[in-house]
Design a protein around this ligand. Sequence first.
Ligand SMILES: C[S@@+](CC[C@H](N)C(=O)[O-])C[C@H]1O[C@@H](n2cnc3c(N)ncnc32)[C@H](O)[C@@H]1O
Length: 498
Amino acid sequence: MSMSGDELFAAGRFDEAMAAYRRVLAQDPGNAEARMGLDAILERARTTQPNAGLRELLLQAYADEGANWDAVGWGAANQIVVGWPHDNDLLKLAADPLLLEFLKKSLNRDAALERKLLALRRAAAEALLATDAPPPEVVALAEALAEQAWLNEYVWPDDATVPDGPASAMFRPSAAPRAEVVEERRLASEIPEIAPIVDAVSQSVAAMYEANPYPRWTHLARRPMVDVRAALMRDFPHAQTVDFGSGPLQVLMPGAGTGQHPLTVASSYANAQVTGVDLSRASLAYGKRMAGRYGIDNIEFLRGDILDLSKLGRTFDHAECVGVLHHMADPRAGLLAIVSVLRPGAFLRLGLYGESARSIVVKARRDIEAARLPSTLDGLREFRRKVMTGEWRRLRALTDWEDFWSASLLRDLCFHVQEHRFTVSRVRSLLEGSGLKFLGFEFNVGASQRADAGAGPLALYASRFRNEPTLSDLASWEQLEREKSGLFPGYAFVCQKE
Ligand SMILES: C[S@@+](CC[C@H](N)C(=O)[O-])C[C@H]1O[C@@H](n2cnc3c(N)ncnc32)[C@H](O)[C@@H]1O
């Protein structure tokens, strides 16, 4: 029997996997598994010379609303860089459909490409300012660059010599708000509130995310439908089986942010009813607008503090809380508040910052504080300038982080008003006496990391602690972390309420 795309992918046979995914998509263009698999290959695809076949596949991905444009942006950036004309010819570049699609749909995360794009932006501005009737290709390129500026929230440097007018949208927001911003302001006022925010740290965290909702995202990638409890029972067979009946699975998403994760859950978890809670109305309004755009109606958004969840007066069958608890004054108080609204047997998926993985962020936070850089757009731009020009060389590796590349991402990464970082030992203390049973760490979640499945920390644990088939003893993980630095990029794990 021939191997599936996923099997070929897991075996590292990427060319054959790509062919298998393409065959499936040719028969069934809406197939989510094949789309995810192909996108994961396009994400990794790197060549030193332009590759016409890859460019074609990337353009097809950009033409598919269900593709993962975040992922394929990596492969597209590579093709754009290796195909960049030596003479930097504006008209040639303006006629490149892949460049235009990339600028409109993927956030650039490549330092070399950013330098080229800044020069291109300058050239496009000069061309626009030189005549009342610029070539239509240049107008289209300027529109695409303006869209990229919107995606990165104007974190690229401004240029005061470009006056407000047709070229300035590539440099700074226009005075008239975009339609989606107007819609979000209206939606924000309609979001019900659990209770007023009174905790001092929650108030300052709320203010931060009101100004910079995290993350700005543009489309929802297609995902296969999944019965999440059955999938977790398969991954963690030592979990307790509990039957919640046939009604919709009540899913809580504390710290819902701008809705990307909650809407993925609402649209891909079978028979789920999702409740997203967050401090930031602006973030929730973003999520609500996107829910409307995708016609997702099995979700509600509530403004409130995790600390006040019990005031909802209801319980949940499942919860996912990623990138949130480490921003609370007392993460354990937040955890206990979540546990208090879970039904026994409910799964809770958590994601927390790691101390060792973030050592460079700790250095950045110190330097930012010493230089008194404010968390305003100007402060963020100045920080990027120092890092990217090498003035702050020791922080250069921050450009390898996905969150370096837009204002809200960078503010969240390096300018946060509150952050805790964990080790396995701190995860253990966090969970002790919480009423949760630790089921296991998750690595390689999602298509983009499939190629690493089977290797890495779980395999290491299995060979090191052969008599622990559940891979879930935190004391052993603690030991492994001591023995092998860099084991955890952060802590993603699943627990079950006892
Ligand atoms: C880094 S963002 C993560 C958003 C989302 N979970 C994701 O993964 O994209 C952190 C979010 O947690 C929210 N948050 C932080 N503390 C909170 C609290 N005490 N109660 C509710 N939401 C909180 C923030 O407002 C922000 O939207």
